[in-house]
Design a protein around this ligand. Structure first.
Ligand code: NAP
Length: 455
């Protein structure tokens, strides 16, 4: 059995990778277990210096890594370079802060001494998606390793080259051999790995379907799970918004990473008073973005990561149109090689259509007209997902109230596009999953929060 890396721009196979059998996987898990046993005793400062080394390698190699992402999953190379640098920033953030986040916390009780300490859980399995093939892995793995755990990476089957390159970075940075291990296996092998007695916990970033499957299995095994799942983020444009800035930000959010981002804006809910003006600004910008070879530095939209993903996206667009949506831009598959899908705008989108109810993982925007703020908020929340949301208004008090208390999502932004940041926790509610990554919260997901009490 093998995994294949296929260039979505040409459709050609780049490389084939053989899949290890169950006994080899078992050996690798045991090696990670041994490495973790030593690693957990390393002083925090020594662990931090390896994170600094990983950051250095990521920065030095960012061009090559950007090229690898472009070739393997179609991300515009400029965005891939930025992604590698963002991974370096996460390494540096935890290098500087992990010791503080993990420090023992003394608590006054009836004891002579009592405290809370944080101990690693052991081996954590990371099941990761292809869309940010470096960032998703680093944002999970860096705090998990910094807390003293070992990591097994089961990356998406279509990015074995990225998965291999990541393991190499950790090794070259000086992490003990086997502590971070890439397992080049398809998803069918995940249940056996998760149920391995030496695997303590799992973190999955991916679709809601995969999340439910992992949650069910982890639940049956009583193993801790963190789930970062899909989204259908709503961006609210209110009548007092700066429409130029809102249109620019909304287009950027919809098209970044070829539209294949969990926190891309997917539904744009615009109040009636400014709907037509916003639509004009939005469509002209969507139409002006350059689609092409992701290796070309002027390309803003590359191909989707795989031909099958383009097919599913197109079916969602066609079905939404059949149910009454109007396609005002794009919406058809271009001739020629590559999994390209053009920036597309649908209007008259309503509940009951895929463009409203489901996640559209590609450069397709759904524009929705709302009577007023109240209806816009109700529509934003009328979703099974709850990952991110944004509101555009010149009234910052109003923005704060809506972001803080009205929107049902894990990440709510005012006058800006929803993004992850090593300093801030990231995660969702509802069908977008549970648990948090990044910030001080991320490092505490895979630790035993242990109470120590001394008479
Ligand atoms: P996916 O098909 O769910 O795959 C994600 C990972 O899970 C892959 O490694 C995949 O392996 C594995 N997998 C799939 N089904 C599985 C199952 N039943 N049991 C165990 N593992 C399974 O998702 P994707 O297409 O790669 O990524 C896109 C999705 O990820 C979108 O829904 C997006 O919103 C979500 N996402 C969420 C976040 C977040 O932070 N919330 C961030 C990025 C992406 P194979 O490749 O071998 O099938």
């Amino acid at each position: 059995m093998e995994l294949r890396s296929i260039n979505p721009t040409s459709g050609k196979t780049l490389k084939r990778y053989s899949v290890p059998g169950p006994s080899r996987v078992d050996q690798m898990i045991r090696a990670t277990f041994r490495a973790q046993k030593t690693w957990k005793g390393w002083p925090p400062g020594d662990r931090a210096s390896l994170l600094d080394q990983a950051a250095r390698i990521l920065k030095e190699r960012s061009r090559d890594l950007g090229k690898l992402m472009a070739l393997e999953m179609g991300k515009p190379m400029t965005q891939g370079i930025a992604e590698a640098e963002k991974c370096a920033s996460a390494c540096l953030y935890y290098s500087a802060n992990a010791e503080r986040f993990l420090a023992p916390e003394p608590v006054e009780t009836d004891a002579s001494q009592s405290m809370v300490v944080q101990e690693p859980l052991g081996i954590v399995l990371g099941v990761m998606p292809w869309n940010f093939p470096f960032w998703q892995v680093f944002r999970f793995a860096v705090p998990t390793l910094a807390a003293g755990n070992g990591v097994l990476l089961k990356h998406a089957s279509c990015v074995p080259g990225c998965a291999t390159a990541i393991e190499k970075i950790f090794l070259e940075a000086g992490f003990p051999a086997g502590l971070f291990r890439t397992l080049l296996v398809p998803s069918g092998q995940v249940p056996a790995i998760l149920s391995h007695p030496l695997v303590s916990a799992v973190s999955l970033t991916g679709s809601t379907g995969a999340g439910k499957d992992i949650a069910r299995r982890a639940g049956a095994l009583l193993k801790k799970a963190v789930l970062e799942l899909g989204g259908s983020d709503a961006y609210l444009v209110l009548e007092d918004a700066d429409l130029e800035m809102a249109a620019e930000t909304c287009v950027k959010s919809r098209l970044i990473n070829n539209g294949e981002s969990c926190i891309a804006a997917k539904r744009f809910i615009v109040v009636e008073d400014v709907f037509d003006e916003f639509l004009e600004k939005f469509v002209s910008r969507m139409a002006s973005r350059k689609m092409g070879d992701p290796l070309d530095p002027s390309t803003e939209v590359g191909p989707l990561a795989r031909a099958d993903l383009r097919k599913s996206l197109h079916l969602q667009v066609r079905k939404s149109i059949r149910l009454g949506a109007r396609c005002v831009l794009g919406g058809s598959i271009p001739e020629g090689p590559g999994a390209f899908y053009p920036p597309t705008v649908l209007t008259r989108v309503k509940k009951g259509m895929p463009a409203f109810d489901e996640e559209l993982f590609g450069p397709v925007a759904a524009l929705i007209r709302a009577r007023d703020e109240k209806q816009a908020i109700a529509m934003a929340n009328d979703s099974s997902f709850g990952l991110g949301a944004a509101v555009f208004t010149r009234d910052l008090e109003r923005g704060l109230r809506i972001a803080r208390t009205e929107l049902e999502a894990g990440n709510c932004f005012v006058n800006g596009l929803v993004k992850s940041d090593p300093r801030l926790p990231f995660g969702g509610v509802k069908q977008s999953g549970y648990g948090r990554e990044l910030g001080s919260y991320g490092i505490r997901e895979f630790v035993n929060i242990k109470t120590v009490w001394i008479r």
